[in-house]
Design a protein around this ligand. Structure first.
Ligand code: PRX
Length: 647
């Protein structure tokens, strides 16, 4: 598919946009030449208790990485997301909830949200939560989850939301890592017609978390769950004891707001820490500009709040902008592949933001499904989480957007807090497959893998960012050295994204995927090292190597090479056992797609596994293995090729 396809902004998008092409150029240039002046102005979008006088104070000088924005400012995010809208839009809808079961829905106005979050905040206080404490949230996609996040922000507690698909072991690891003494959960969640045993998973996790003293349980499905006396309480009982009146805690701009665990190329998932002032300036400004959000519009991001997309673009960004944000409990394929389009028509959604994996899955179900829904309210489509292949882009544009909606392909990461590279509707022409141009304050640079700056416009290599922006993560919780080594050691003086990219002759960025050992499976980030350590924890496994391979729907699939202990028999039953084992250790999202029993793995003479070779075989591209002469035993490769699983 051609890179020369260009979709210029439509006349309608140009007529309404907040940012014209000329304004984009002008603001972008100023954001780089005068960051203090630019961000001082932009920070005024936030209601500060004490406005900042110091704007940018950041250093990328290895190893003294230090990132502070608006550091003497004081604010409260929940007040910015809710209280400040009461004067103008108290009775407008803040959140529309669409249940997993068709026909179930709910909504809260800003006034109701204010009341609910105040009450939840008082429940947290009454249960001993103080400013700076870490609160683990393992909850379904219901309004109470957004309320719980805002309630933490209200009192200055730091939330750590864990996606509902993670297993008890994963939950325990995250709780212990941030030493969280309290867990907020629900009896059960619903997703795609199934119930998810959230409370049961928490109970299992808590067998391994000595520090947890309190579990607050929201009643959701109403099915019976075990409650441990002295530890577990029902939210409704606690809520009945407190008032809804809770003054927002004044927070310093650099006080922590949340921790979100994400996978890296090595070791356990790391706790990405975001702080208060810079994060909310970034989340709200990007939400407003990238989606050209204007008052009264209905905005729907299909992500789960367990991921950063849900944090920044379901909860914090939209609510800070006084938007109406849709929270969808279900999945695009349930009860059928028309669900999203029914929901768009039902709630008159104007802006729809989803992931390429969902688009590809819906594409597979047939264009005749979206073709039955005219969706006249739709104006803008967004994509996030992985590279969108031009075929999917064009399908999205034609069958969902009816060739009338703009598409913004937004590139960013958990670490970046919000969108860094994206088209702005009405300002930047789209090219299917390209995330296009950098947002204000972002200076992407392309380096050769060896670290040489590629100065010419047309370039290919690894993607780094030259300087800090307000939404950037500040540290890895409890492990600043890991923050410095992961993002600032390989390419000194820059933030290293872990992604490869191409920059074309027009200065457009094309993200080519991870260059490290991180997989992107259905838009979910999975570290190969995590899957490997789960596999080798099984008593029958001696060694494992995990790589990605191209998968039509998921983007990447998980390919596992497993060497068994002497005497073990590698058969289909063991494959199932190991697959279930990984699901138990990490969660269903890390479930291996293909598994190959390998008597030996290709290693150098110094014992290093040659992953390049394993990747090629997994990709079924074994004709191009390159140099295998440095292998300790070149014979293992023949066996690996013969028994490859992806043909
Ligand atoms: O490889 C990039 C890919 O997703 C990674 C970040 O994953 P995560 O932290 O889970 O955040 C996902 C949601 C922001 C990136 O390093 N990625 C994300 N968006 C895009 C993308 N790759 C290509 N195009 C995108 N639009």
């Amino acid at each position: 598919m051609s890179e020369s396809l260009v979709f210029a902004p439509s006349a309608a998008a140009i007529a309404r946009t907040r940012t014209t092409a000329a304004q984009y150029e002008e603001m972008y240039a100023r954001s780089l030449s005068d960051p203090d002046g630019f961000w001082k102005e932009q920070s005024q979008r936030i209601d500060w208790i004490k406005p900042p006088t110091r704007i940018k104070n950041t250093s990328y000088t290895y190893p003294d990485i230090s990132i502070k924005w608006f550091e003497d400012g004081v604010l409260n995010i929940s007040a910015n997301c809710v209280d400040r809208h009461l004067a103008t839009r108290a009775d407008e809808t803040a959140i529309i909830w669409e249940g997993d079961i068709p026909g179930t829905d709910d909504k809260v106005t800003y006034r109701q949200l204010h009341e609910r979050l105040g009450r939840f905040a008082n429940v947290l206080k009454a249960n001993g939560v103080k400013k700076g404490d870490r609160v683990t949230i393992y909850m379904p996609m219901i309004i109470d989850t957004a309320v719980a996040m805002l309630a933490c922000a209200r009192i200055g507690a730091v939330h750590s939301v864990i996606f509902g698909g993670f297993s008890p072991d994963s939950i325990a690891g995250r709780i212990n890592d941030c030493d969280s003494k309290i867990v907020l959960t629900a009896d059960e969640g619903r997703r795609g017609g199934k119930t998810i045993p959230l409370k049961k998973n928490v109970d299992e996790a808590l067998l391994k978390t000595p520090g947890v003293e309190r579990v607050i349980v929201v009643k959701n499905t109403g099915n019976a769950v075990a409650m441990q006396a002295g530890r577990d309480v029902w939210y409704a009982d606690e809520a009945a004891k407190v008032s809804a009146d809770c003054a927002p805690e004044p927070m310093n701009a650099e006080d922590p707001l949340f921790i979100l665990y994400t996978s890296g190329s090595t070791g356990k998932p790391k706790g990405v820490l975001h702080t208060t002032g810079g994060y909310i300036v970034w989340a709200s400004l990007t939400h407003e500009r990238v989606f050209d959000y204007q008052p009264g519009e209905i905005y729907w991001c299909t992500a789960d709040v367990g991921w950063v997309t849900g944090h920044s673009y379901i909860v914090y960004g939209p609510l800070a902008n006084g938007a109406t944000t849709v929270m969808f409990e279900g999945i695009p394929s349930y009860p059928d592949a028309g669900r999203c389009w029914q929901v768009v028509e039902k709630h008159k959604v104007n802006i729809f933001y989803t992931a390429p994996t969902a688009i590809r899955a819906l594409m597979g179900a047939g264009a005749d499904i979206p073709d039955q829904y005219p969706m006249p309210s739709l104006r803008l489509l967004g994509s996030v989480g992985e590279p969108i292949n031009p075929e999917a882009w064009l399908w999205y544009h034609k069958h969902v957007g009816k060739e009338r909606c703009e598409i913004v392909d937004t590139w960013w990461q958990t670490e970046t807090g919000g969108i860094l590279i994206s088209a702005l509707p009405g300002a930047i022409a789209a090219k299917p497959g390209s995330a296009t141009k950098p947002f204000f304050g972002i200076k992407p640079i392309v380096l050769s893998p060896e670290g040489k700056l590629q100065e010419q416009t047309k370039a290919e290599g690894v993607l780094c960012i030259a300087d800090s922006w307000p939404g950037q993560m500040r540290t890895v919780y409890g492990d600043h050295a890991r923050f410095v080594s992961t993002y600032f050691e390989t390419y000194k003086g820059y933030y290293f994204t872990g992604d490869g990219c191409r920059r074309d002759e027009d200065g457009y960025y094309w993200i080519t995927g991870r260059v490290d050992d991180v997989l992107n499976v259905s838009g979910h980030r999975i570290g190969t090292a995590e899957v490997e350590s789960a596999l080798v924890a099984h008593p029958k496994v001696a060694e494992a190597a995990v790589v990605g391979y191209p998968h039509d729907i998921k983007g990447q699939g998980i390919y596992c090479y497993v060497t068994l202990m002497a005497g073990e028999k590698g058969d289909d039953a063991l494959k199932t056992e190991l697959r279930n084992w990984v699901r138990k250790e990490i969660g269903a999202i890390a479930s291996p797609d293909l598994m190959q029993f390998a008597p030996g793995l290709p290693k150098t003479r110094s014992g290093k596994i040659m992953r390049r070779i394993l990747r090629k075989i997994a990709e079924n591209d074994y004709g191009a293995l390159g140099d295998t002469t440095t292998l300790a035993d070149p014979g293992v490769v023949t066996d690996l090729i013969e028994n490859r699983q992806n043909r």
